[in-house]
Design a protein around this ligand. Structure first.
Ligand code: ZN
Ligand code: ZN
Length: 412
């Protein structure tokens, strides 16, 4: 058997960080874990650390790229309007029983790029609808959850197309380890320091209680009103079940909820958006009264328009996030084709569903109360990058006064 190009010590540290920092898994807590089958070596280390932390039952649920493709190439048309609702209902019931949730990302982001876009859209919609009971417990932050990544060969070859597979996998693995802060001696201490730094940022933003942010730069003059009673957060935060977790590993962002009706102006994307197998480049949109009224892209425009037509909330914003241009992921210069990484390379906005937890007392608010404060609702949540070293951001207070927040992509 060939020797794996992935450093086993760092892989083990990633698993340990996922359990101890990402989830802070508690003794007796069950864990629902989804992963590509290629990530089995990481899943095994995660199970090891989960049980050492006192896990009840660790239940992995695997997917496989070839099985996914087999469906697109052989299944009858009706298949694409279906989804395993029973599985998602089971997940929702596990979360109601306080199970933690971990997802390992690592599939080839371009897997479906050559498949029928109509089938892809229908399957996504069916899955989104069926997944909703489980997803609402995640977006409502009922339980501790976490996403980490594994360098699948198919993903590695997309990021480093000129390298042989083992070199590409090693390079992607090293980039994941560095971004996830497990390439240093004491990753747990490093995460503590990083979380404290992010907390300084969101504490400052909450202190100013801005009513809007104003972005200016090439192709961009955008005012994003913030939701009433919004709060900024980032890094570690406490789920409704009382457990403090780090949902995303890596993470560099501080973020909050924009007001779904108060976004005006135009904005240009600064990095390509990889969306379910399609690369959407140079997005240019115009907002009026919170909704996208014009949308263009130099590549992938048809897919962008399909996304915007998902539902009423798909044209409105559900998240605004600030990331300095000098973030380690941005400095790596790598385009990962994976939102978990690429969104942490630049300031971004997200179309679609907002996070209830980005409101003061948000986890106790009903859906109607969240909507009344300006929180958006949608089947989608898609982040795309609008930050660069040419973007300035001002915070606008309710009396109209302005405070510099970022200058040329860095904290002012
Ligand atoms: Zn974000
Ligand atoms: Zn997001």
């Amino acid at each position: 058997m060939a020797v794996s190009p992935i450093d086993p010590v760092k892989l083990d540290k990633l698993a340990e960080v996922a359990i101890k920092v990402g989830l802070q898994l508690q003794p007796g807590q069950d864990l629902v874990l989804t992963a590509p089958i290629a990530a089995l070596p990481l899943v095994r280390r995660i199970a090891h650390h989960a049980y050492k932390a006192g896990a009840g039952v660790v239940q992995p649920i695997f997917s496989d790229e070839e099985i996914t493709l087999a469906r697109y190439r052989n299944a009858p048309s009706e298949s694409f309007d279906r989804a395993p609702a029973w599985l998602f209902e089971g997940m929702a019931s596990a979360f109601s029983g306080n199970a933690a949730r971990m997802a390992i990302s690592g599939d080839n982001p371009m897997l479906l790029s050559k498949e029928d876009p109509d089938k892809v859209a229908r399957a996504n919609r069916a899955t989104s609808l069926a997944y909703r009971p489980a997803l609402e417990k995640i977006t409502g932050f009922d339980i501790n959850w976490n996403i980490v990544s594994y360098p699948n060969p198919s993903w590695a070859k997309l990021v480093f197309p000129d390298d042989p597979e083992d070199v590409a996998v090693r390079r992607l693995a090293d980039a994941i380890f560095a971004a996830s802060r497990v390439d240093i001696d004491d990753p747990i201490a490093a995460w503590k320091a990083h979380n404290a730094h992010l907390k300084d940022r969101w504490t400052w933003l909450n202190g100013h209680a801005f009513s809007a942010l104003h972005y200016t730069g090439p192709g961009t003059d955008l005012t994003i009103g913030l939701a009433d009673g919004h709060r900024w957060k980032g890094g570690a935060s406490e789920a409704k079940n009382g457990i403090t977790c780090n949902p995303n590993i890596p993470t560099e962002e501080v973020f909050t909820t924009p007001h779904a009706q108060r976004v005006e102006g135009f904005v240009r994307s600064t990095k390509p958006l990889s969306h379910q197998g399609t690369l959407i480049e140079n997005i240019e949109v115009r907002f009026a009264a919170g909704s996208i009224v014009e949308a263009r892209a130099s590549k992938g425009e048809a897919v962008l328009n399909k996304v915007l037509d998902t539902d009423e909330g798909a044209r409105r914003l559900g998240e605004v996030a600030l990331v300095p241009h000098s973030s380690p992921i941005s400095k790596s210069g790598i385009l990962f084709y994976n939102t978990l990484f690429d969104e942490n390379a630049a300031s971004h906005i997200a179309l679609g569903q907002c996070y209830a937890d980005c409101f003061v007392g948000g986890t106790r608010l009903s859906q109607d109360e969240i909507a009344a404060r300006g929180g958006n609702r949608s089947l989608i949540h898609i982040d795309w990058m609008i930050g660069s070293d040419q973007i300035d951001i001002d915070g606008i207070k309710s009396d109209g006064s302005r405070v510099p927040v970022m200058r040329r992509g860095e904290w002012a």
